[in-house]
Design a protein around this ligand. Structure first.
Ligand code: OGA
Ligand code: MN
Length: 202
């Protein structure tokens, strides 16, 4: 039993959108944010594309965030602590929900003031390996007036989620259309996908 993991899994089962208020503890969230800010100052946050492989295009009318992929090879302590946490979460998810997740990928995201990501689905048309989308926010003291909400388009209603520090959001990558509304101040997060080998050959 894990209270933090259960909160996100229970809300996912009830509403299709899992929300864990303190998925990242304050210390890990602040160290990961320091990494992101450092990467930004080193010009290592690069414009995100849309689509996969040769189909990647950089259409700033669709999305205007900047990203940098996390990797255990960076030998960065907090990045590795993050991967340890994700390994724990994936093992818990697979054992309690039989999800068959076999891998993941995560990037830092920075939405500078005025940035957004228009309505989209996270699963690529040519590759169904992304099973779950997961976003962790790194923004202390975020308020409604700061904009930048994640807006999920359910069949019958819209759900707005503020990108508050440490919060994690979790949903099926092929199911929910969503968008990031224009942010009024820099908005930071780690975004990623839990993947299944099996899904890509289905
Ligand atoms: C994405 C995305 C949502 C968010 O990167 O695909 O939808 O809240 N991000 O940052
Ligand atoms: Mn998305």
């Amino acid at each position: 039993m894990n209270i933090v993991f259960d909160a996100i899994i229970d809300s996912f089962n009830e509403t299709k959108v899992g929300i864990g208020a303190d998925f990242l503890n304050t210390s890990l969230a602040s160290l990961l944010k320091e990494n992101l800010v450092k990467l930004y100052h080193e010009n290592q946050m690069i414009p995100a594309g849309t689509g996969n492989f040769d189909l990647v295009s950089h259409d700033v009318k669709v999305r205007s965030d900047k990203i940098h992929w996390l990797d255990r090879k960076h030998n960065n302590e907090s990045e590795n602590d993050f991967f340890d946490l994700m390994d724990e979460f994936v093992a818990y998810l697979n054992s309690t929900c039989y999800t068959g997740i076999t891998g993941y990928e995560f990037h830092y995201s920075l939405y500078e003031t005025g940035s957004f990501y228009k309505k989209h689905l996270d699963q690529f048309r040519s590759d169904s390996s992304r099973v779950f989308s997961m976003i962790m926010y790194l923004n202390v003291d975020w308020e409604q007036k700061d904009g930048g909400a994640l807006c999920i388009h359910h069949e019958s209603h819209l759900q707005h989620i503020l990108p508050n520090n440490g919060k994690s959001v979790f949903f099926r990558s092929n199911e929910l259309v969503h968008e990031v509304l224009t942010t009024n101040k820099p908005r930071m997060s780690i975004t990623g996908w839990l993947k299944s080998d099996a899904a890509s050959i289905r």
